[in-house]
Design a protein around this ligand. Structure first.
Ligand code: SF4
Length: 342
């Protein structure tokens, strides 16, 4: 099961495909997606609703439930393919090595269980020899580090503010020293002040605990503030990945360009109209052939409708799936700024 892996890489996703079987047909939610997550980084994963980013996050933690299934690919975590894990290994992996923070902590915390009971249970399930007293002591010191008074451990979730509940979720994720935390729209339900505080905390947590964070969000501003690198998804596929500076200063993929142009800017004059991307995301039971973005792309070329572009490396940090950067035998006009085939 051991696989060669760069020491700086925590997770390697190879050619991952996830589908959901529905009454309307098979939904191709993630299709042939490959990316790396580096140890200790914050990787922002952005894209419109329904683009497959939450499905990817769940797949990384083996949390895809029927009618969904991972139908192809590999997820290599610290050298092991977690898709080959049995149920016991998955349970251990989820608690001790990885964790997920969801958008609404109220739906993740049991409303009739006190906060300390949540944390103590999480510790005792994964560390069977730990006594209740030792687990409570650890919970006390941990939540204090996250800025919550230890007495609040006796509260029920509804007695805490939204920001505190989210910090309790973070405690649950980190108290077992998980190396990968997937935060799925973790700040979306919070007001802007609490959100800003929590973003600061996430940054501190990364430094203090050396944790690797996959930050799934539709909020580009959150990514700009916090992430080291950004991956852009559209219709189940990776469109572009690069450092936050590369993607924000020189987005290459037409979809990334549209996404960034549609964010309001204080530089806009009040007479300027905000850019609106034409068209709608595709129905993933019948995704478009070739490049899945082609029906909405202002740069579309004949080749885009025929075949999916490869992953092109522009430099060591920046990769893009787009025919604009790839030589094509099918369409001599396709190539412009050329990259290297990965
Ligand atoms: Fe547009 Fe073609 Fe690039 Fe797709 S491959 S984003 S359709 S130019």
């Amino acid at each position: 099961m051991e696989t060669l892996q760069n020491r700086d890489t925590l997770v390697q996703v190879h050619n991952l495909s996830v589908r959901y079987r529905t009454r309307l047909g098979e939904v191709s939610a993630v299709d042939g997606l490959s990316l790396d997550i580096r140890r200790g980084e914050i990787l922002g994963l952005v894209g419109e609703s329904g683009c497959g980013k939450s499905t990817l996050g769940k797949a990384l933690l083996r949390m895809i439930a029927p009618p969904g299934e991972i139908c192809d690919g590999e997820i290599i975590f610290e050298g092991e393919n977690i898709l080959a894990y049995n149920q016991e290994q998955i349970r251990d992996f989820r608690g001790r090595k990885s964790a997920m923070i969801f958008q609404d902590p109220m739906t993740s915390l049991n409303p009739v269980q006190r906060v300390d009971e949540h944390i103590i249970e999480a510790i005792q399930v994964h560390e069977t020899g730990t006594t209740k007293t030792a687990a409570r002591e650890r919970a006390r010191s941990f939540i204090t580090r996250l800025g919550i008074q230890a007495e609040r451990l006796s509260d029920y979730p509804h007695q805490l503010s939204g920001g505190m509940r989210q910090r309790i979720m973070i405690s649950l994720g980190l108290i077992l020293n998980a190396s990968l935390v997937v935060a799925d729209e973790a700040t979306t339900s919070l007001d802007v002040i609490v959100e800003a505080n929590l973003l600061d905390e996430l940054r501190n947590i990364r430094q203090a605990f050396g944790v690797t964070l996959l930050l799934i969000t539709h909020n580009i501003a959150v990514v700009a503030q916090l992430a080291d690198r950004v991956a852009v998804m559209y219709a189940g596929r990776l469109m572009e990945i690069g450092s936050v500076f590369e993607i924000f200063d020189h987005p290459l993929h037409p979809y990334s360009q549209g996404l960034l142009n549609s964010v309001p800017s204080i530089k806009l004059d009040e007479r300027d109209e905000l850019y609106r991307m034409p068209g709608e995301p595709p129905n993933l039971t019948r995704p478009p052939q070739g490049c899945r973005f082609h029906p909405r792309c202002p740069m579309v070329m004949p080749v885009c409708r025929q075949a999916q572009p490869d992953l092109i490396s522009i430099n060591s940090e920046h990769r893009v799936h787009c025919w604009l950067y790839q030589e094509s035998d099918m369409d001599p006009q396709a190539g412009r700024l050329k990259g290297t085939l990965v």
